[in-house]
Design a protein around this ligand. Structure first.
Ligand code: HDD
Length: 702
């Protein structure tokens, strides 16, 4: 058994060390691909200084040819993504449940590569679109690679993989004009949704704030399907996988998300990269929901139906281990682009169920890699190479990197000493023994027929502000549909989820609200589904903008900056121009960024410190004022101290603009005559609370 997965004396994991063999630095002289040293790469070989280029210029031809072939097909879905390496460690041994070695105990650390993604957009699209996020984890276990290819939502749009091409064609840009890019707000998606009611539960998630995560670090992940754990004795247990971010599940607001698309299209990708570079390693807890084989039919939905969750109140999530991402890739294309996930990459102890969506995926992922990565040897690409030894009779093919020795490549053989022989004993993959019988029929099981109850469950579980966002999202998306009939059909379907919801959505769209309730709301809820039930309090990695100008009160800046950085926040000083500003005491402080190059939407909170001159300058600058208004509008913590309180002016509401004679914390806004410890502590607390939903914002023009 390979020990490569284990950390070496240098503290690096096996995958990191394996990659040493292919890492390449640009240190030597320029050469051709064949290693011939090149003395001029700026002028092609030509007949005379002004003459034609010669075909014999092998260097020019090779350079241009390689460039011409640089692109590979982007992923048909999940084209836009960002990845990182890390490790996974279980909290305890799970051998009662699964034979998987990587889950056998806390002394086994498994290197991983994780790729997060959006689904609908092209490789160059913006990060903060309304979309599902992919959450794909490749575990380089000692028993081979295991891929858990999940999303940040626990259900899916369709029940059977045969519908996947239809769904993807509907959500992708429309084929005649390739509009819109990376958006679900268009006729073809909603046409499909209206006609395919099984999408409704997932559409509720997609219209919720889950579809606009603040950061990859603050989103949940789900394996979605019911999988199967199998222990060494062959006993199976149904399992659903959950990733919970230690920083909590937090989102953007829709207006903000749209603006970020222009201000920083790489917002989520950059955030992940920078957090890892800062050493603030993103972490998730892996949890499992377990259902015994005997309880397969104990629910009012089918475990094989990927449009259903198992409510956590019914089957609690048991935490089993922790994922930490601690290393950025060296090269985006080589690693993040070429990583190839496949739901059928399983290890002993993990098996499938008959979920028809999963069954189709088990075909699709291998197939797509063959095209995308140019043939059958893609597992030899460094990021995909397992740490477990590979030995079989697969041979040849495009870009074969192994030099197989010996004269036999078949089984059985005697001439090659019988090698490789079939494996025996521990660590051999054994499929779960499941009795299967039935007629060969194209039928959807009756147990998959209820498309609305869990959509209603989700709706019932949301906090008031989450419901408001949901209604606004439906109105926005359907409002972008040109065909009234498309809007109307979705509204009619929503009436099966909740009557009030369908009426509210219809009101914003100018279509007929359903007159009567058709399916009474069952009234059940699952509190775990609301983002209210997530973790709050941490400010790690939250970005705080401190607006400054000449005459700034340096002591007030430090009063905020030092404790916030100490608590893990990222603090940046922004002024009208780059460089430095003079302080009220005649010193200087360095500016991190000029605020015309950024925007409030790239920060989680804003602080305006005094001195009177600085406050006057900022109050007279439309960009600075807009910065504060916009942060307020997006429900973010705001602090203003000393003369900085001048920026808390109308059109902000009176609760936050009235003069202060002591510390005041109102609607997520800290105002104080000075930058005392109490005010800074209050602001830090607000930063940990993330957003303030009870704040009136409608009349704030930002
Ligand atoms: Fe898929 C990529 C997640 C259903 C076919 N899918 C892909 C990725 C994720 C998911 C995270 C990106 C992997 C990466 O980062 O490289 N897909 C899901 C989830 C699904 C799901 C959670 C439902 C539970 N997918 C699904 C179905 C099919 C596919 C039903 C086909 C029948 N998915 C693909 C694909 C992709 C893919 C075409 C595109 C690129 C790739 O595989 O490597 O094969």
């Amino acid at each position: 058994m390979s020990t490569e997965g284990r950390g070496g004396d240098d503290g690096r994991d096996g995958k990191d060390r394996q990659l040493d063999g292919v890492r390449t630095d640009s240190e030597q002289s320029l050469t051709t691909d064949t290693g011939v040293r090149v003395g001029d790469t700026d002028n092609s070989l030509r007949a005379g200084a002004r003459g034609p280029t010669l075909l014999e210029d092998f260097h020019a031809r090779e350079k241009i040819t390689h460039f011409d072939h640089e692109r590979i097909p982007e992923r048909v879905v999940h084209a836009r993504g960002a990845g990182a390496y890390g490790h996974f460690r279980p909290y305890e041994g799970l051998s009662e449940l699964t034979a998987a070695h990587f889950l056998s105990g806390p002394d086994v650390t498994t290197p991983v590569f994780v790729r997060f993604s959006t689904v609908a957009g092209s490789r160059g699209s913006a990060d903060t679109v309304r979309d599902v996020r992919g959450f794909a984890v490749k575990f380089y276990t000692e028993e081979g690679n295991y891929d858990l290819v999940g999303n940040n939502m626990p259900v899916f749009f369709i029940q059977d993989g045969i519908k996947f091409p239809d769904f993807v064609h509907a959500v992708k840009p429309e084929p005649h004009n390739e509009i819109p890019q990376a958006q679900s707000a268009h006729d073809t998606l909603w046409d499909f949704v209206g006609l395919q009611p099984e999408t409704m539960h997932m559409m509720m998630w997609l219209m919720s704030d889950r579809a606009i995560p603040r950061s990859y670090r603050t989103m949940q992940g789900f394996g979605v399907h019911t999988f199967r754990f199998v222990n060494a004795r062959g006993r199976g247990t149904f399992v659903k996988f959950h990733w919970k971010p230690l920083l909590g599940t937090h989102s953007l607001v829709w207006d903000e998300a749209q603006r970020v698309q222009g201000k920083d299209p790489d917002f989520n990708r950059r955030d992940l990269w920078e957090a890892i570079e800062r050493g603030q390693y993103p972490e998730w807890e892996l949890g499992v929901q377990l259902v015994s084989e005997e309880d397969e039919h104990a629910f009012d939905f089918d475990l094989l139906d990927a449009t259903k969750i198992i409510p956590e109140e019914q089957v609690p999530v048991r935490p089993i281990g922790r994922l930490t991402l601690n290393r950025n890739p060296d090269n985006f294309f080589a690693e993040t682009e070429q990583v190839a996930f496949h739901t059928a990459n399983v290890v002993p102890g993990i098996d499938f169920t008959n979920d028809p969506l999963l069954q189709a995926r088990n075909f699709s992922y291998l197939d797509t890699q063959l095209l995308r990565l140019g043939g059958s040897n893609f597992q030899q690409i460094p990021v995909n190479r397992p740490l477990a030894p590979v030995s079989n009779n697969q041979r040849d093919g495009f870009a074969q990197h192994r030099v197989h020795r010996g004269g036999t490549s078949y089984h059985p053989n005697s001439l090659g000493g019988g090698c490789p022989a079939v494996a025996h004993g521990e660590g051999v993959y054994r499929h779960y023994t499941e009795k299967v019988e039935g007629d060969k029929i194209r039928v959807r099981s009756e147990s998959f027929a209820d498309h609305y109850s869990q959509a209603t469950l989700f709706y019932n579980s949301l906090a008031g502000w989450e419901r408001e966002h949901l209604v606004e999202a439906f109105r926005f998306e359907l409002g972008k549909c040109e065909e009234l009939e498309v809007r109307q059909r979705v509204v009619t379907n929503l009436n099966h989820v909740d009557h009030r919801l369908s009426v509210q959505v219809a009101e914003g769209l100018g279509v007929e609200p359903p007159e009567e309730e058709v399916t009474p709301n069952h009234g059940r809820s699952s509190p775990a589904l609301s983002q209210l039930s997530t973790t709050f309090g941490s400010v790690v990695g939250r970005k705080v903008a401190v607006l400054v100008a000449d005459g700034v009160d340096e002591a007030a800046v430090d009063a905020f900056r030092e404790p916030l950085i100490g608590a893990g926040a990222v603090v940046e000083l922004l002024a009208a121009t780059d460089g430095a500003v003079r302080t009220s005491r005649g010193g200087v402080v360095t500016v991190d960024r000029a605020y015309p190059t950024v925007s409030s939407v790239l920060y989680d909170a804003v602080v305006v410190t005094g001195g009177p001159d600085a406050a006057r300058t900022l109050a007279g600058d439309g960009l600075a004022r807009h910065f504060v208004l916009e942060a307020y509008k997006h429900h973010k913590p705001v602090a203003a101290v000393g003369a900085g309180t001048e920026l808390l002016a109308p059109p902000l509401p009176e609760e936050v603009t009235a003069p202060v004679d002591g510390l005041r914390v109102e609607l997520g806004v800290v105002a104080s005559p000075d930058a005392g410890e109490e005010g800074v502590a209050a602001f830090t607390r607000l930063l940990g609370e993330h957003r303030f939903w009870d704040r009136p914002t409608a009349s704030v023009p930002a």
